[in-house]
Design a protein around this ligand. Structure first.
Ligand code: SF4
Length: 356
């Protein structure tokens, strides 16, 4: 099956899903209630990702792609825009949060709708793909902002696009500023490995300097198809980093993460960040207390080389930006929150959430 055909065969309805797995009460309750909630984040799973799901209701792959009723409970501290990216949306499709980096919202499409997604307000929103006019405006912005040295292609997942449209976005960036480094943020090697075709890899290689920044959360995502896709990228000369989100019931133990990070390194991928969960609406059931995250990192530091160990980091709620979760940024605790200093100097809170 071609990747385009596999995309067409994605599971998007309860009826399709129930033909393949029997739903738990928590999953059934999501379907019963989500229909009347326009803000709910739709179902979307590739046949490949679904093939990794087991019948076990607690299966870590299943938790990442099959919605549960907990998603429909929003806490007051959660937000549709937990990183406050809207404040930095300098153009409809461009976010300029950090001085030397800008992020293009290439498309709202993804191969899989990850239930923990922090950009769920944009992913699958119907905003579609960046238009030629929007690309022209982005080019003008990049030409005028010489301080931007890296452009992140994100969304959504840019590899949901056909090669021609993807390369047009990259070429527009290059035309604006030749030396700019491209970062391709993608979950596709895990969700739709057939998308990593030799033609795609050749096109990416022609557009270096370019880094693939992959999103992988569990060692079972590194099956034979994903392994082959990663090998095509590595053999094609694309340097690869990975980002992992620390997720309750998916990878919140040192053994799972050790296996994942070792598996990545052995496939030529450098584990880059382990992210603490953002305060995105309806994701409380995924968040792991920081105290547990620190404990896991202490254990991993004893077991793994620096090459295999990612930086444990958080995007501070309230727009504080990304910081490593190390002592030098911790300013103490107050009530039910940890206090952190941002890189720019402000103090921001992150909830303890120890009760969950
Ligand atoms: S692929 Fe990325 S943008 Fe799309 S749903 Fe998953 S986490 Fe969100």
């Amino acid at each position: 099956m071609s990747w385009q055909e596999e995309l067409r065969q994605r599971v998007r309805s309860r009826e399709q899903l129930e033909r393949l797995i029997s739903l738990t009460p928590e999953e059934r309750a999501w379907f019963a209630r989500a229909g009347s909630r326009p803000e709910s984040f739709g179902l979307n799973i590739t046949p490949h990702f679904l093939s990794l799901v087991s019948g076990d209701p607690g299966d870590p792959i299943r938790r990442q792609c099959v919605p549960r009723v907990e998603e429909l409970s929003f806490l007051p501290r959660e937000s549709g825009d937990p990183l406050e990216e809207e404040k930095h949306r300098v153009l409809p499709r461009l976010i300029h949060r950090y001085r030397d980096r800008a992020l293009i919202l290439v498309t709202d499409r993804c191969a899989v709708a990850c239930r923990h997604c922090f950009r769920r307000n944009f992913a699958g929103s119907g905003e579609g793909t960046v238009s030629p006019e929007e690309l022209r405006a982005i080019g003008e912005y990049l030409a005028a902002h010489g301080e931007i040295g890296e452009v992140i292609l994100s969304g959504g997942d840019p590899l949901s696009l056909e090669d021609g449209r993807l390369f047009a976005v990259m070429d527009a960036v290059r035309a604006a500023r030749e030396g700019i480094v491209l970062r391709l943020g993608t979950r596709t090697p895990a969700a739709l490995p057939s998308r990593i075709t030799p033609r795609l890899v050749r096109g990416l290689a022609r557009r270096r300097p370019l880094w693939g920044v992959l999103h992988l959360n569990h060692p079972r995502e590194l099956g034979p198809e994903c392994t082959a896709a990663l090998a095509r990228l590595v053999d094609g000369g694309i340097p690869l980093l990975s980002q992992t989100v620390l997720l309750r019931g998916v990878n919140d133990d040192p053994e799972t993460l050790e296996e994942l990070f070792r598996g990545l390194v052995s496939r030529g991928v450098k584990p880059y960040y382990l992210f603490q969960g953002d305060l995105a609406r309806g994701t409380a059931h995924f968040r792991v207390p920081l105290s547990r995250g620190w404990e896991i990192m202490r254990i991993l530091r004893r077991r793994l080389s620096a090459m295999a160990l990612p930086v444990y980091a958080v995007d501070l709620p309230g727009g504080g930006g990304k910081i490593p979760l190390t002592e030098s940024f911790l300013r103490g605790e107050e009530g039910d929150s940890w206090l952190f200093q941002s890189v720019e100097g402000g103090v921001f809170r992150y909830p303890k959430e120890e009760e969950k």
